[in-house]
Design a protein around this ligand. Structure first.
Ligand code: FAS
Ligand code: PHB
Length: 385
């Protein structure tokens, strides 16, 4: 079999890249390790920047997003019970869309016309410095796809980045001493907008998926086990970390999903190795505090799609040559913002009393400065691509 592009991974990055390429007449096969149902079963991001919304429209997959997504004009930051709304619309005239990653993935799956091979086992990348090809196993047989380019969209634990010789890759990483315990519940959200809360016991986030479905998180130690958290323990802890009025308004119920996500900041450089490109979580990880992970993946593949379309259409190598430096510039700014939001809102026992005073001063400066709020707003709603 031959394809112009082989995409490894059918998460949002791989599916969006595949869709943009197929609309431009570039053939791209996607190889996905898991089943489609398994991919849809992951509960992850919830906030789309305008750039990601525009990309869904470009992919002709945005109809349900516009029907069911929730436009949010701001978010609330809370610090030990003191609240500050960040009014995106008033500060910078922009907004975000609350629409779950699961739904983004589902819409892209439905829109895709080309081939996605699910349950492709033991994917291996070969000769991506010369004449690339990819092999995988399915039905007890080994299959081979020869191609011109390979796009590694297979996430942090994927095979693509691991296929690059260690000497050719530089990685930058910060692992945080905590994770996020997340709960999905079919109850109306506690507030119209998201609430990011700092409390001495730890961070909490009140998010949502629809007017009847909510998503909540509390910071837990990095080695915490989800089995140690009954629903009632989760709700009790969340109430403690919210201001009393919000805690009182919280509508709780049986969790329909409960999981712990580790938090890390990670970037691999560069993002091109001959005929292999990395995009999305295969290339970088951000702590979800800034709602950047999914959105970064989208901006990566928008740039990669344009570069590949130029190569196959105009025979231009300018886009593929510029890809890595171009997306890394935006990636690092998102890494900075995600790290800053995480540093402001989480508890870090090792920083002691001085660190807690610095966090409080950071919040007080934010609450008192329109310029600081504008900076937060322009980062949260998405820097220009
Ligand atoms: P993904 O990891 O989504 O997709 C990669 C795909 O490649 C997967 O389907 C995987 O099965 C497949 N794959 C892996 N190895 C393979 C192999 N060897 N062969 C074939 N296929 C392979 N971001 C936010 O903005 N907000 C959040 O709240 C948030 N929460 C998160 C919670 C968790 C537990 C995780 C892991 C991430 C979270 N993120 C969040 C970030 C997340 O949304 C990612 O940024 C987003 O999924 C990135 O999409 P992809 O790059 O497509 O990677
Ligand atoms: C979510 O709804 O899952 C969500 C929203 C905002 C974040 C992280 C997660 O920053």
């Amino acid at each position: 079999m031959r394809s112009q592009v082989v995409i490894v991974g059918a998460g949002p990055a791989g599916l969006m890249l595949g869709r943009l390429l197929e609309l431009a007449g570039v053939d791209a096969v996607i190889l996905e390790r898991k089943s489609a149902d398994y991919v849809l079963g992951r509960i992850r991001a919830g906030v789309l920047e305008q750039g990601s919304m525009d990309l869904m429209d470009r992919a002709q997959a945005g109809q349900r997003m516009h029907q069911e997504g929730l436009i949010h004009q701001g978010v609330e930051l809370s610090f030990d019970g003191d609240g500050q709304r960040i009014d995106f619309a008033a500060l910078i005239g922009r907004h975000v869309m609350v629409y779950g990653q699961t739904e983004v993935t589902r819409d892209l799956m439905v829109a895709r016309q080309a081939t996605t091979i699910y349950e492709a086992e033991d994917v291996e990348l070969h000769d991506f410095d010369g004449n690339p090809f990819v092999t995988y196993r399915q039905g007890g047989l080994t299959h081979r796809i020869d191609c011109t380019f390979i796009a590694g969209c297979d996430g942090y634990h994927g095979v693509a980045r691991r296929s690059v010789p260690a000497a050719a890759l530089t990685t930058f990483e910060r692992v945080y001493p905590f994770g996020w315990l997340g709960v999905l519940v079919d109850r109306p959200p506690v507030a119209h907008e998201l609430i990011y809360a700092h409390h001495a016991r730890g961070f909490a986030l009140c998010s949502q998926r629809s007017p009847t479905r909510s998503r909540y998180y509390v910071q837990v130690p990095a080695d915490e086990k989800v089995e140690a958290w009954s629903d009632s323990r989760f709700w009790d802890e969340l109430r403690i970390r919210l201001n009393p009025a919000t805690a009182e308004a919280l509508q709780t119920g049986a969790s329909i999903e409960k999981s712990i996500a580790p938090l890390r900041s990670f970037v691999a450089e560069p993002l091109r190795f001959g005929r292999l490109f990395l995009a999305g979580d295969a290339a970088h990880i951000v702590p979800p505090t800034g709602a950047k992970g999914l959105n970064l993946a989208m901006s990566d593949v928008a740039a990669l799609a344009d570069a590949l379309i130029d190569f196959f259409g105009e025979h231009s190598v300018a886009g593929i040559d510029a890809y890595s430096a171009k997306v890394l510039s935006r990636i690092w700014k998102a890494e900075r913002f995600s790290w800053w939001m995480t540093s402001l809102l989480h508890t870090f026992p090792e920083t002691g009393a001085f660190g807690r005073r610095i966090q409080r001063a950071e919040f007080d400066y934010l609450a008192g400065s329109v310029a600081a709020q504008q900076s937060l707003a322009e980062n949260y709603t998405g820097l220009p691509t």
